[in-house]
Every structure is written in structure tokens, then in C-alpha cells.
Design a protein. Structure first.
Length: 189
């Protein structure tokens, strides 16, 4: 006896009863051909990569079983004749590739597309001082802000500073270059 895995896809129009009938029919065919069903899993409704027989979605099922090689060929021919199956793939697998024994979970229902979006959180800035438009328009104010920003950048780029985040040497070099560029802009202004 060899081990096989069969994945089959039912059309999206199949209801719960049709899915159960398909699973029972596959199990019955395995037994009729002298095989033994070992594991099965219902993967549920999934989008297809491309439409198959005008179906954009399909209902996936997987079963692993053992069967004689000659019988597996006849078994696959019966799967081909099943009109409810829009695609299937039967593979020979090794014993180590068997799925772990686990309960079969019911497929999750599709998520509704018309769910209201959650509002974005409001911007909470760390600055305690309100911005004064008169200060930001004056050149002296912008120079002092640039100087403060460059000092903060230097502190963050200083390897001797006690920061919890250890930056890589490349990140430290980039921070130093940015600080030097900021200083040059202040000098030019």
C-alpha cells in the first residue's frame, strides 16, 4: 500500500449539504477501492487564482489515504467523472508527509466588505507649547528651531549618550551626516 493525498475543489455554488455529500462520496470511493482514509481537512472557501468554469471562488478539501497503486488510478478516474469537482490533484506522498492528527475545523465565514472603517487616532504631539504663527514666520525663530533640532540630532547620534537603543555604525554615520547638514543650513541662513 502507498500513501496518497487528494485535494479537490468544489464550485462556489455548493452548499453545506453538497460539501458533506462530496466528502462522503470520496470516503466511500476510497473504501470501495480497498483504501483507508487516514486524515482529512476542510480548507473552506478560497479565492481561485483564475476563474474555473465561471467560478471565482472554490471550496477546498483535502484527504490523505492509503491504497494500492493500481486502484489509485481507477479511483482518480472516478474523481474526473464527478461533475461537482471543478479541479483535483492527487499526489503520492511518503508516510512522513502525513498531516498531523487534528480535529477538522469548520471553515470561517467570509468577511463582509461593507464594514465601517475605524476612525484614525488623532495626532497627539509631544510639544507642550502651542505654536505661535508669528514666531514661526520670523527668520530668527526658524534659526533657533534649526539649532535646537541639530542639537537633538547630535545627542541622539552621540555614542556616549545613554540611550537604550544601540544603533548600528551605519545608522550612526547617517545621523552624524544629517546633523552636519543641518548645522551648515543654519550657518548659511
Amino acid at each position: 500500500m502507498r500513501y496518497y493525498e487528494l485535494m479537490w475543489i468544489l464550485g462556489a455554488d455548493a452548499d453545506e449539504e453538497g460539501i458533506e455529500q462530496s466528502i462522503e462520496a470520496i470516503d466511500e470511493r476510497i473504501e470501495n477501492h480497498g483504501g483507508e482514509r487516514l486524515r482529512s481537512a476542510a480548507w473552506g472557501r478560497r479565492s481561485l487564482a483564475y476563474p474555473i468554469n465561471h467560478n471565482a471562488e472554490g471550496i477546498y478539501n483535502v484527504v490523505q489515504f492509503s491504497m494500492e497503486p493500481d486502484e489509485s488510478v481507477l479511483f482518480e478516474r472516478e474523481i474526473l467523472a464527478d461533475q461537482a469537482v471543478i479541479r483535483h490533484l492527487q499526489l503520492r506522498i511518503e508516510e512522513v508527509e502525513l498531516l498531523p492528527e487534528a480535529p477538522v475545523l469548520p471553515p470561517t465565514p467570509p468577511v463582509a466588505e461593507d464594514q465601517p472603517e475605524t476612525p484614525a487616532p488623532e495626532d497627539t504631539s509631544d510639544s507642550a507649547e502651542p505654536e505661535d504663527s508669528a514666531e514661526s514666520d520670523s527668520p530668527e525663530a526658524s534659526e533657533s528651531e534649526d539649532a535646537e533640532n541639530s542639537e537633538e540630532e547630535e545627542k541622539s547620534a552621540d555614542p556616549d549618550s545613554e540611550s537604550e537603543d544601540a544603533d548600528s555604525p551605519e545608522e550612526e554615520e547617517v545621523a552624524e551626516e544629517e546633523a552636519e547638514e543641518a548645522e551648515e543650513e543654519v550657518v548659511e541662513a
